[in-house]
Design a protein around this ligand. Structure first.
Ligand code: NAD
Length: 455
């Protein structure tokens, strides 16, 4: 199929590349000329495991192209995906101006009936608004045909995006037109070969499904974080509780890991957007308000622990492992690292940090601190430890699971490990001479000097 994807970000790029991989001819359009130029040279503007070689293979095969020319790309397309950003507006609403601007451009340039797919996460009613923008234009021009708008929200996870797209749990199609539904089903058929995972529903239900899914996952995280904070007070290990509840099949083990809060481009903004949607209906959503509040508090957990353990942080040197909002991505939007960095830099601490992918984005966000040398970004995780008063783990990249703890203990000035992702065993860390502070966990007593010698 000949298709266009508008937006070469995390979602658009993965969508375009995966459809090309299945044999479709895809043009991916972006208004950011620098982004498009890099892509035309086979360079991915985002960090996503496996994306770059896949882009290059499909480019060489002539199935995947990149352009800034929306009109030319769309003219020949049977299906057009809109995958532009829907960032939060000042009042918390999802700002859908990019989606509407694209719809207006499409209305002006499309010369044949086309299936237009809203992939961006957008409030209930957005696909219908896009439909009416397109309809109005066709009516003004006296055309006898109309375009069809489908809502097809995306559920991929950054860091595992290709796998998620290639092997989706489900594909949600908000579609009220049999022809458009048939086109969409045939497009997705190669991704659901072993059993049908396509769920058809109304466009408004599809839009709501995306928000309900993300906010539900966020609620699970905030719930376990709340339980963890009570565990901290009561002397209970939340890891034992996590296993205890996760083995109940009705609960399951996913998304019940206590930590220093969720971030990213989706959960925080989608909660705010849903709260705003409710507000517009004169309603309150107290559960979601609490989810958001708990997360704000949770993001301050690393700072609170540092202050509890070290007192004033002014003039202290602190080491950080992990800056991305989650492993496998360079995305720092709403990341817990930003809350900690803001506080440490404002409070006069020195920060030495390492992240396998997100350092450039952090450097762009804190140019002054980097210039002054107050924030130093390293290529080597062990280099950050020198003369540091604590190591704070914020992102659970795999390489941090079994680091050289002896080197960690040796290099830190103060052997303090603030484990914001509960990656380490408190007693094992104590035996190595490290004071381990986990989320909802108890600090283990230090090993006896004899045992320390053995270790
Ligand atoms: N990132 C995720 O993990 C994820 C997952 C599921 C859904 N979503 C949703 O998908 C949407 C896109 O998210 P993202 O993370 O890919 O955003 P992004 O910011 O990474 O990418 C958006 C791209 O759209 C481009 N763009 C904006 N206006 C344009 C226009 N008029 N013409 C052409 N290009 C234009 C931007 O330059 C940018 O490259 C959002 O609604 C988001 O909520 C994101």
């Amino acid at each position: 199929m000949q298709m266009t994807v508008i937006g070469c970000g995390y979602v658009g790029l993965v969508t375009a590349t995966c459809f090309a991989e299945m044999g479709n001819r895809v043009c991916c359009v972006d208004s950011n000329a620098k982004r498009v130029d890099a892509l035309q040279h086979g360079v991915a503007p985002i960090f996503e495991p496996g994306i770059e070689p896949m882009i290059q293979t499909n480019q060489r095969a002539g199935r995947l192209t990149f352009s800034t020319e929306l009109d030319t790309a769309c003219a020949r397309s049977e299906v057009i995906f809109i995958a532009v950003g829907t960032p939060p507006a000042a009042d918390g609403a999802a700002d859908i101006s990019q989606v509407l601007a694209v719809a207006a451009r499409l209305a002006a340039c499309l010369e044949q009936p086309t299936v237009v797919v809203c992939k961006s996460t957008s409030p209930v009613g957005t696909a219908c608004r896009v439909q009416s923008i397109l309809d109005q234009h066709c009516q003004r021009r006296g055309l006898s045909w109309r375009h069809t708008v489908v809502s097809n929200p995306e559920f991929l996870k950054e860091g595992a995006a290709i796998d998620d797209f290639m092997r989706p749990d489900r594909i949600v199609l908000g579609c009220e037109d049999p022809h458009a539904e048939a086109v969409m089903r045939s497009l997705y058929e190669p991704f659901v070969r072993n059993h049908d995972r396509i769920l058809s529903m109304s466009r408004r239900a599809a839009e709501m499904t995306k928000y309900a899914a993300n906010t539900f996952l966020a609620a699970r995280i905030s719930y376990i974080n709340e339980i963890a904070s009570l565990c901290e007070q009561l002397g209970v290990d939340v890891e034992q509780v996590r296993k205890g509840i996760g083995s109940d099949q009705r609960i399951g083990h996913h998304f019940i890991y206590a930590g220093c809060g969720y971030g990213g481009s989706c959960f925080p903004k989608d909660i705010r957007a849903l709260l705003h949607m409710a507000d517009e209906q004169g309603m309150q959503l107290p559960i979601l308000e609490a989810v958001e509040q708990r997360n704000q508090l949770q993001k301050t957990w690393p700072l609170r622990m540092l202050q509890r353990e070290l007192g004033s942080l002014y003039g202290r040197t602190l080491a950080i492992w992990g800056l991305a909002f989650k492993p496998g991505t360079d995305d720092i939007r709403d990341a817990p690292s930003l809350v900690l960095l803001d506080a440490l830099l404002a409070g006069g601490a020195q920060v030495r940090a390492f992240d396998p992918a997100a350092s450039d984005n952090i450097a762009q966000r804190y140019p002054e601190a980097v210039k002054k040398g107050q924030l130093q970004l390293f290529q080597d995780p062990y280099a950050v430890l020198n003369n540091a008063d604590a190591l704070v783990l914020l992102t659970e990249w795999k390489q941090f699971r079994q680091p050289d703890f002896h080197l960690v203990a040796q290099r830190l000035r103060t052997p303090l490990l603030i484990d914001g992702r509960n990656q380490y065993d408190p007693q094992a860390m104590a035996d190595l001479g490290l004071r381990h502070v986990g989320v909802g966990r108890q600090v283990a007593p230090p090993a006896s000097p004899v045992l320390r010698e053995v270790v």
